[in-house]
Design a protein around this ligand. Structure first.
Ligand code: SAH
Ligand code: DHB
Ligand code: MG
Length: 230
């Protein structure tokens, strides 16, 4: 199997569902025009996040790592009219492009982009009494993924779905310790997730237009003492 074939299948699947709509295409175009890294989730994984949010019946979603708002739009489209997505982004330029994309998507009424360092913003959310969130999507810098996970648990309740992107990193997670802090960050996260009895979790590897990577999925258990712990 080649990367070319994975990409062809990703295109096939995307086209099967009608391909990108005007809003999502414009979102990626504005992000490219702004010179931002093209590291949004793939169309099919965006669609998957949307389906997960619907399956969860999510009314409140927290995202860590907005970029240009591509995944935020997929997620927010699953919210009811009075639902809410808060997305955290360190780079003010990314946040500005994201806000524009979210406005063009007609979702400004339910999406808030907050600018700052993820861990600090998460502490602020906790201090404000925000949450509990029905779903959390972790997709910012990889080194503190474990800390994002623990912060997410503090903003969660039983049934909360926590998803984390990029936890396989072209398979490098399986190759033992190295000196890439993104890889060691997700290795540490994967181990913490697998060992945490407060959640039922699985990690799934994926191939496609964005290469070989994976997502982690965790549901906070009823007996987890969520909101109190970690
Ligand atoms: N979820 C997006 C992609 C996010 S890319 C999508 O799929 O469409 C990762 C983003 O996290 C980048 O925009 C980067 O600026 C941001 N980021 C990196 N470190 C961060 C930090 N410490 N706190 C908040 N955001 C951060
Ligand atoms: C990177 C970050 C991401 O969130 C992603 O989906 C792909 C790549 C990166 O920092 O390289
Ligand atoms: Mg990612």
């Amino acid at each position: 199997m080649s990367d070319e074939l994975y990409t062809a299948v990703d295109s096939y699947l995307d086209e099967l569902f009608g391909g990108p709509d005007r809003v999502l295409a414009a979102t990626l175009e504005r992000s490219a025009a702004a010179g931002m890294p093209q590291i949004a989730v793939s169309p099919n994984l965006g669609r998957f996040l949307h389906v997960l949010a619907l399956a969860r019946g999510a009314r409140s979603i927290l995202e860590i790592g907005t970029l240009a708002g591509y995944s935020a739009i997929w997620l927010a489209r699953a919210l009811p009219a009075d639902g809410r997505l808060i997305s955290l982004e360190r780079d003010p330029k990314h946040a500005e492009v994201a806000r524009q994309n979210i406005a063009e998507a007609g979702l400004s009424d339910r999406v808030e982009v907050r600018v700052g360092r993820g861990l600090e913003l998460l502490d602020e959310l906790r201090d404000e009494g925000a949450g509990p969130f029905d779903m959390v999507f972790i997709d910012a810098d990889k080194a503190p993924y474990t800390e994002y996970f623990h912060s997410a648990l503090r903003l969660a309740r039983p049934g909360t779905l926590i998803v984390a992107d990029n936890v396989v990193r072209e398979g490098r997670v399986a190759l033992g310790p190295g000196d890439d802090e993104a890889v060691t960050g997700v290795q540490r996260f994967n181990a913490a997730l697998a060992a945490d009895e407060r959640v039922a979790a699985a990690i799934v590897q994926q191939v496609g237009a964005k290469g070989h990577d994976g997502m982690a999925f965790a549901v906070v258990r009823a007996a987890a003492g969520a909101n109190g712990g970690s």
